[in-house]
Design a protein around this ligand. Sequence first.
Ligand SMILES: [Zn+2]
Length: 270
Amino acid sequence: MAGLIDINKATLEQAACAYASMGWPVLPLLPRKKEPHGKLVRTGLLEATDDLGRLRLWWEMWPNANIGLRTGIAFDVVDLDGPEALKSLSLVAPGYKHAGPVASTGRGYHLLFKTTGARNAANKLSSIDYRGINGYIVAPPSVHPNGHKYQWAKDGELPEAPEWLHQLTTPARSSEDYGERFEVEDIVPVFISLYSSIRELTPSGNLFKTNCIWHEDGTPSLYLYPHNNTFNCYGCSEWGDTLDLQQTFNEGGIAPSAWREIRKQRKVLG
Ligand SMILES: [Zn+2]
């Protein structure tokens, strides 16, 4: 595979296939827009795929479709949207130099990092968004609504998330859920001890995947994130951490969202 910089000169179809070959899930967006090709791609983000046949079909149908890359699987993105963002960044990370891939967007920059398991978060700092689980970015050589072409400005290995990045992210759980301080156990051994009789884990990069416990899936859609001990299902959007996994198991395999609802009601009832 050629490097990211070469993708700047590729056609949209070639670029989509190049990303897919790197294991980066791609979804078609409307031409010169940021929205998914919604009319024909019914479920939006969930349709993101690295299946080359599917991608070729899409870009044969819509040769001018912009390229969306799903975040939270292979990488996460810090979205610096405009000059204001650089000012915000210099406050939390003075003198920061990004060692990994950087794309220039219509107004600012996308910085790519190894995925952290954190969810999407907007504007925790002025003009800076975080794209993680359940997010996506517009990727080169897509065309911004303002006519600017997204371009890779820098290639490189995906770096680990630096300490300051946690100020931009939303943790999977709020500390008020279980009191100020809690220690969660490593999610992989806990998952194996609870579910190994009915579910097999497969390594997927630095993550693990398996068939979902809470919905029927043909291909594995439940991912475990060992670096922050959380899980997320890309089919039914159930998410949580090791403690959620243990508690829902003890409640008879109830879905985490249903369990959160029950817990909330118990809290209200005192
Ligand atoms: Zn699921």
